[in-house]
Design a protein around this ligand. Sequence first.
Ligand SMILES: Cc1cc2nc3c(=O)[nH]c(=O)nc-3n(C[C@H](O)[C@H](O)[C@H](O)COP(=O)(O)OP(=O)(O)OC[C@H]3O[C@@H](n4cnc5c(N)ncnc54)[C@H](O)[C@@H]3O)c2cc1C
Length: 278
Amino acid sequence: MDLIEKHGIELVGVAVALVAIGAGAAYILLSSKKPKACLDPENFREFKCVKRTQLSHNVAKFKFALPTPTSVLGLPIGQHISCRGKDSLGEDVIKPYTPITLDSDVGHFELVIKMYPQGRMSHHFREMRVGDYMAVKGPKGRFKYQPNQVRAFGMLAGGSGITPMFQVARAILENPIDKTNVHLIYANVTVEDILLKEELEGLTSKYPNRFKVYYVLNQPPEEWNGGVGFVSKEMIEAHCPAPAADIQILRCGPPPMNKAMAANLEALGYTSEMQFQF
Ligand SMILES: Cc1cc2nc3c(=O)[nH]c(=O)nc-3n(C[C@H](O)[C@H](O)[C@H](O)COP(=O)(O)OP(=O)(O)OC[C@H]3O[C@@H](n4cnc5c(N)ncnc54)[C@H](O)[C@@H]3O)c2cc1C
């Protein structure tokens, strides 16, 4: 009897050990398996809008579901997607957009969209409701990023030009092996126009030594300690890394701003290799 009991206990022990080993192996296998990217560079794929959050009178955040809760979009850092929709005349329109989510955000991706009254794709987003599908193709873009490829980034963003900057900054700051510093100058007309303000404040308080933001407004409120007017050479000198081979300044804004910033940067001695426009 004793013998049976003893062997019985041993057998249970072995079985438990085997189950534990099996579960461990399955976990390692599953966690090491890279999830399949959902984007196709050649063909548009449809993604369902599962949430729409109005952020201001002309800006909304759209959340799109990926095929499974563990799917990833498969967008390299700093690249964008092409979205296809219909304008107010029912004609097809395709425009580039940069998700504010990363591949560490599984199961969905999010876009922050500024809608212009006369904008063709803006019309499509204005009409888009939860349950609607949007056609997306990608990835697209020339920006290539490797952790620590530069010592510091300066970023000059205007309006919705914040989206690629936010995506790159998040990817850098949330990567424990990346030591890059990020200095963002973000220009808008009024304080209400500042997009992703809470998210940016979140990054500055979490990474105070590595991420700095300087806001610039054309029409500042009465109490305002940021910049006023357009982004000037002096503001760039004061808030961005000085010209050097191991820094880069990223630009993304409306075309007139991009043009003005290119001129400012050139006058300050930043070579073309030290600049990138999204
Ligand atoms: C790489 C890249 C990423 C982008 N990511 C985003 C993003 O994440 N979110 C986002 O909202 N936009 C983003 N944009 C801008 C986007 O692609 C469209 O240009 C924008 O949505 C306007 O398109 P539309 O068809 O509605 O307007 P259009 O029909 O092209 O323009 C109609 C009118 O809208 C106004 N307008 C259009 N664009 C601007 C502008 N930039 N500034 C001021 N007025 C303008 C003008 O009055 C213009 O005459 C990105 C652009 C690029 C190049």
